[in-house]
Design a protein around this ligand. Structure first.
Ligand SMILES: [Zn+2]
Ligand SMILES: [Zn+2]
Length: 316
């Protein structure tokens, strides 16, 4: 059992609350899938953890037996069960870690020096590590990140670390644009200026890779239009309802675009995310703009919904 130290709120939590996401969600259940804390009690068969240890939770528990798990896709396991969806999550004072999660190694020991709200962000960073790999970004690439929410700001940092020669971030909010500039974006633009910026920077050929980090259908079309021939378009964000978008399939055909999706993470992505945070290679501290007590969780959700900050951490 973990004493929750911090649980950061996520767009998926908001989509569950609004009833837009129902798949894999048990009702009623305690939300919260981005959390870390201190071990409060240790079960009889548990090894490797002691009371008082800090630990961080990879919330997606794969079955390790289905065809997807066997083909290196445990993130889309057919029988996956997740904390904050099927199992009660981290928006509580204490959270019980299921035996199957302990058996799969989903609870990771964490460095006592790292603040717990930063450890909680290993979850979105792990999903971003997965998306980064899917987006095929290579040394010298010009990368387009659409949206400077938490995910876009993490993608920006991973692209820079991977050696992108330029990272263009498109974002309507001036305050979020300022954070993107601080975290290393070479070009930060409002959506209206995006097409002209890409044209000027790439001599009209388009970017090498683009990542859609905001769930607005039209943005998928923008990414397809602004990515060069044989480039990669990654659809990271979940779209509302069934996610239907009217796309020009001929653009994919003639441009030989590679269109990829990203869903959740592998346990190895989570382990890598913890290392990137521990080494200070990815700045997650700048993303935590608000901390609220558990008693103010409703206000915390309203704040997250408003989009004025970046990440809201609920601290029991
Ligand atoms: Zn999340
Ligand atoms: Zn599986």
């Amino acid at each position: 059992m973990l004493h929750v130290g911090a649980n950061t709120l996520c767009g998926t939590d908001l989509r569950i609350l609004r009833g837009e996401k129902t798949r894999g969600v048990r009702f009623p259940s305690v939300l919260g899938h981005e959390f870390a804390g201190t071990v409060a009690a240790v079960g009889a068969d548990v090894q490797g953890f002691a009371e008082g240890d800090k630990a961080a939770m990879c919330p997606v528990i794969p079955c390790r037996r289905c065809v997807h798990c066997l083909h290196d896709r445990e993130n889309v396991c057919a029988n996956r069960r997740a904390m904050g969806y099927e199992y009660d999550g981290g928006l509580a004072e204490y959270v019980r870690i299921p035996a199957e999660a302990m058996a799969a190694g989903n609870l990771f020991p964490a460095d006592a020096d790292i603040p717990l709200e930063q450890l909680a962000l290993a979850e979105p960073l792990a999903c971003t590590v997965n998306g980064h790999r899917r987006s095929g970004i290579r040394l010298g690439d010009v990368v387009l990140v659409i949206g400077a929410g938490p995910i876009g700001l993490l993608h920006l940092q991973l692209a820079r670390r991977a050696g992108a020669s330029a990272v263009i971030v498109s974002e309507p909010s001036p305050s979020r644009r300022a954070v993107a500039a601080k975290l290393g974006a070479s070009h930060v633009v409002a959506p209206m200026e995006l097409a002209a910026t890409v044209e000027a920077l790439t001599d009209r050929t388009g970017v090498d890779a683009s990542i859609v980090c905001i769930g607005i259908p039209q943005l998928v079309n923008d990414a397809i239009a602004l990515t060069r021939k044989a480039g990669n378009v990654n659809i990271f964000a979940g779209l509302p309802a069934d996610g239907r978008v009217d796309i020009p399939a001929n653009e994919i055909h003639y441009k030989e675009l590679v269109v990829t999706g990203t869903s959740a993470m592998h346990r190895r992505d989570y382990e890598q995310a913890l290392r990137l945070i521990g080494n200070g290679e990815v700045d997650v501290a700048s993303l935590v703009t608000d901390k609220m007590p558990l008693a103010s969780v409703v206000e915390a959700f309203e704040l997250a919904q408003s989009g004025t900050g970046i990440k809201v951490a609920v601290v029991p």
